[in-house]
Design a protein around this ligand. Structure first.
Ligand SMILES: Nc1nc2c(ncn2[C@@H]2O[C@H](COP(=O)(O)OP(=O)(O)OP(=O)(O)O)[C@@H](O)[C@H]2O)c(=O)[nH]1
Ligand SMILES: [Mg+2]
Length: 465
């Protein structure tokens, strides 16, 4: 268990995005937050907590006017960080923000917060667990509705509850196992051991089933990665531009036009998608194009979905056919330039192809619909979610590799525990494996030794990064 943390310094930061806006919010947290509020708003006493007050703000050092705004007092521990917190709602102009933050920085004991420091203090005060802290960062970063819903469900404890449930079950099994270690001769019935092993196996199965989720939560958080591949001049860049509805990539009749990977981020019916246009696949003569082809193949290897584009007025090329037929991952064959032929291929190398014309836009709505369906299949939470708009209340999947690795370690430890031989000596090993399994689960939510993780997790949080 982490020792509860009491900070001695008071931190402040702009909580809203930097730049020009109607309103900006500055948060102050720490022991002297109340003094800051009294001084900056010239109050003789602290206002009622959680009530907005109108406030003519002045520089506490020289009394100069700062702004006319609003302030809210949150008396600790009933605040986000568990400390005394003040929110100042000021006009969102750059000069006003600079004047107020400058005045705060000049006060003794106050300093600018580090990235993620408010959330870190909230975690250390026991207000939120690590998965909830991560959910706050995801909510701030959510660019599509499905991402927002996933982050909100995680913030509501959807993931933490499941993990803590497993940990509680493990601790209970451990208590029984320890009983059989401590009293081996006390004639503990064999069925106690058998029952414990059955529970261990059942838990391992449950965790493995949860892990077998096609990485949907991580995909939704990161966005589905789609790579456009194909021979030079097949119309890959034209397709990217048609999907993005803008001239994102250069199109020309010269083969080998695209060399770098060009990415476009899209919201497809609520699902976040990154589409990457790549260099045409061929034995390139010059060094730059060769590097482009290498990058294209790299993308092909990491993409969640590959769109392999063919010019249907020409014979399919071997490199693109190889992409279709390599048997790995999801692929969609696209027969482009349907406007040039009366009979666009309905099938290429045994894979059914979607006929489109990037030039005229024919077939594009069908392609977009297909992509949206595939995106939903690859990112929607388990049964019950009916698309980006219907994921509310659905189970919360794993959203980070950190969670996945911990669950895999936990399941492996349980597998060892379930299969260790009978006997008192082995019971010790079983108990040790159960402790390992419980510990790695506890690290996901932050219930046990996570000091080494905190900087890694919270430094990643930053508004407007
Ligand atoms: N008729 C017709 N021409 C197309 C279509 N799509 C692309 N083109 C043309 O085909 C040529 C190549 O298009 P690009 O989109 O640059 O092809 P690419 O696959 O990106 O080519 P590289 O970047 O060289 O690999 C251009 O002259 C386009 O105008 C289409 O659907 N119909
Ligand atoms: Mg191109």
């Amino acid at each position: 268990m982490i020792e509860r943390f009491v900070s001695t310094d008071t931190i402040f930061a702009l909580a809203s995005a930097p730049g020009r806006a109607g309103v900006a919010v500055i948060r102050v947290s720490g022991p002297s937050a109340g003094d800051v509020l009294r001084d900056i708003c010239s109050l003789s006493a602290l206002p009622e907590p959680r009530r907005t007050i109108r406030c003519r703000m002045v520089d506490p050092v020289d009394g100069g006017p700062l702004d006319d705004g609003l302030a809210i007092w949150f008396a600790g521990p009933a605040s986000f960080t568990g400390e005394h917190v003040v929110e100042l709602h000021i006009h969102g102009g750059r000069a006003t923000i600079e004047a107020v933050t400058g005045a705060l920085a000049a006060l003794p004991g106050l300093r600018l917060a580090e990235p993620g420091e408010f959330s870190k203090r909230a975690f250390l005060a026991g207000k939120i667990d690590l998965t909830e802290a991560e959910a706050i960062a995801d909510l701030v970063d959510a660019g599509t509705d499905a991402q927002r819903r996933q982050a909100l469900a995680q913030l509501g404890g959807g993931l933490a509850d499941r993990l803590e449930g497993w940990r509680a079950e493990l601790i209970d099994i451990l208590a029984h196992t320890e009983a059989w270690i401590d009293f081996p001769d006390e004639d503990l019935p064999g069925d106690v051991e058998r029952a414990a092993r059955a529970r261990i196996s059942a838990l391992e199965g449950e965790i493995r089933a949860f892990l077998d989720d096609n990485r949907r939560g991580e995909r939704l958080r990161d966005g589905l990665q789609i790579a456009i591949l194909g021979a030079p001049n097949a119309g890959k860049s034209s397709l990217l531009n048609a999907i993005a509805a803008r001239e994102a990539a250069i199109v020309s009749a010269t083969e080998g036009t695209t060399r770098d990977v060009i990415e476009v981020h899209l919201d497809l019916g609520g699902w976040p998608v990154t589409i990457a246009d790549t260099a045409g696949l061929r034995e390139a003569a010059d060094e730059i194009e060769r590097e482009g082809v290498r990058r294209a193949l790299d993308r092909a290897g990491t993409a969640d979905l590959r769109l392999v584009v063919f010019d249907c007025s020409r014979a399919p090329d071997a490199a693109s056919m190889a992409q279709l037929g390599d048997g790995t991952g999801a692929v969609l064959a696209i027969a482009n330039k349907a406007d040039l032929t009366d009979q666009p291929a309905a099938e290429i190398a045994g894979v059914s192809a979607l006929g489109i014309s990037a030039k005229t836009g024919a077939g594009l709505p069908e392609l977009l619909q297909r992509l949206e369906t595939l995106a939903a299949e690859m990112m929607a939470a388990g049964a019950g979610a009916s698309g980006a708009g219907g994921a509310g209340g659905a189970e919360v999947p794993l959203t980070r590799l950190r969670h996945r690795v911990a669950l895999m370690d936990s399941a492996d430890a349980l597998a060892r525990a379930a299969t260790a031989g009978p006997g008192a000596g082995d019971s010790e090993l079983v108990a040790e494996d159960l402790r390992v399994a419980a510990r790695v689960l506890g690290r996901v939510t932050g219930r046990v030794d996570v000091e080494d993780l905190l900087d890694v997790i919270f430094n990643d949080f930053c508004i407007g990064k």
